[in-house]
Design a protein around this ligand. Structure first.
Ligand SMILES: [Zn+2]
Ligand SMILES: [Zn+2]
Length: 121
């Protein structure tokens, strides 16, 4: 198991700090199960979809950047917020992944019903 210095925690989800993966073969870690536990009560999946089957996320793919080079802390690129609930909305991100929508580089480009309040930011 990696120690605290080798992980990134972003809005409750854990990733390997070197590569930003949830499941990383180089770091020999898989945080999906513990990450799933954070959202399983909030996520509502169609029958036949199992959270345990989802692909590993990469924190940098969803718009996180390091505070500084080599920093163990990330922020979102858009709002500079460490635990940004808009950018790191794991329920939304995992739903998109599970339902087959391709996960684009940025969360805000997800094909997802966006409520009006978010459109004007
Ligand atoms: Zn890694
Ligand atoms: Zn943000």
């Amino acid at each position: 198991m990696l120690n605290d210095y080798d992980i990134l925690v972003v809005n409750g989800f854990v990733f390997c700090s070197q590569h930003g993966h949830e499941c990383c073969s180089s770091c020999v870690c898989d945080f999906r199960e513990q990450n799933n536990a954070q959202i399983e009560d909030d996520i509502c999946l169609d029958a036949g979809l199992d959270l345990a089957q989802r692909k590993s996320l990469n924190i940098f793919d969803v718009g996180a950047v390091r505070y500084r080079k080599e920093s163990q802390t990330c922020k979102c690129e858009t709002h500079f917020d460490v635990d940004c609930e808009r950018c790191f909305d794991w329920v939304k991100i995992c739903m998109a992944e599970m339902t087959g929508n391709p996960l684009p580089g940025k969360v805000k480009r997800l094909k997802w019903p966006v409520d009006e309040s978010e459109m004007h930011l």
